[in-house]
Design a protein around this ligand. Sequence first.
Ligand SMILES: Nc1ncnc2c1ncn2[C@@H]1O[C@H](COP(=O)(O)OP(=O)(O)OP(=O)(O)O)[C@@H](O)[C@H]1O
Ligand SMILES: C[C@@](O)(CCOP(=O)(O)OP(=O)(O)O)CC(=O)O
Length: 392
Amino acid sequence: MACTVTCIAPVNIAVIKYWGKKDEKLIIPLNDSLSGTLSMEQMHAKTTIMASPNFTKNCMWLNGKEESFGGNARLLSCLKEIQKRAQEDGTSKEILKWNIHVCSENNFPTAAGLASSAAGYACFVYALAKLYKVKGDVSQIARQGSGSACRSLEGGFVRWHMGNASNGSDSLATQVVPASHWPEMHVIILVVNDKKKKVSSTSGMQRSVETSELLKHRVAHCVPQRIAAIEKAIHNRDFPTFAEITMKDSNQFHAVALDTYPPAVYMNDVSHAIVDLIHCFNQVKGCTKVAYTFDAGPNACLYLLESAVAETMALVDYFFPSNNSGNTVQGLPVPPCNAKETVQAIEAVGMQKQDDGLLKYVIHTRIGEGAKELTDSGTHLLSASGLPLRLA
Ligand SMILES: Nc1ncnc2c1ncn2[C@@H]1O[C@H](COP(=O)(O)OP(=O)(O)OP(=O)(O)O)[C@@H](O)[C@H]1O
Ligand SMILES: C[C@@](O)(CCOP(=O)(O)OP(=O)(O)O)CC(=O)O
């Protein structure tokens, strides 16, 4: 009688940042944004949703712990919107009356500045769409869970169009190119040891909209040109142009955060030392090898071509030594590399080796595919009676 679906969805990291809403409730942004979707082999959210006439209320478990469903306005608005679409599409009325149990797990740290909310809400909405057999684009609905979630449904590079409609009907995400367009594009995430609690993206951007003059300038004069130029660079697989725009946009986003009153400080000294290292590396090589970008936290996300991975990691290990033998790298293997000459050249332009243990760990991944359903019933996270198979 019960219906069950299980789906996985990826993380995405913006190269042109979303920062600021023109509608807080519908989550309509002030500007277009563009991101790379990261491979689900390394990082994904996985969500099982079961609908049953026997369930007495909607329930949600995240990483093995029960969370409030009824008290989470964003989960509720995604559910309401998908059900509305299902009704329009003529889905059987019966299932729409049943309560649902949702069980989700992220195979990477939640709420640690690694875009878990983007993967999580994309997965929730994608799985609901499968459950109710809703056809067509659901990015307008994922957007209402967390803005950046709308970019996690598709693979490759994805653009979120801010749209013009006041009801948000044209504020949706579309694929710019599939992952296969630029398979050499890899990503290294440097997870920075950080004790401090951040200002959430939601409240930080709200404060920026209220107080930052620079945000107005960014939205009107910078983002439109950058979106057009980076799309072109992606189509042409032009890494130096892609990298320069990515770094400038990250820097401008953090300048807006500082222009906010009171300021929102997301990058720390380690983040700034990573920025210095990347600029020194690009300088001594005489061409742009690596781009950095930072979201609302201190962790660095490096976009680079596969051919630069080994040397970049050798430099990270040298300039940001771990407490023991090399930084722990999760994900794709990193080939060994003797970067002695580059290290010397970088030291000659003034970069110094940092203290031990500033990085927690490193994730090596690549651009990957969008959300998908797992059809093997052995992958469900809920038992036949609708309870989590694993609790924390
Ligand atoms: N798999 C999931 N399913 C549903 N909701 C999720 C999931 N993962 C995360 N979330 C929601 O997202 C919240 C975390 O969002 P938050 O913005 O604090 O962290 P983040 O997305 O990891 O970091 P950042 O936005 O800075 O990249 C969680 O508390 C939860 O409400
Ligand atoms: C810095 C960012 O990562 C901000 C992401 O903000 P969220 O999508 O987390 O915010 P809400 O819509 O309020 O949930 C930039 C980006 O991903 O484009």
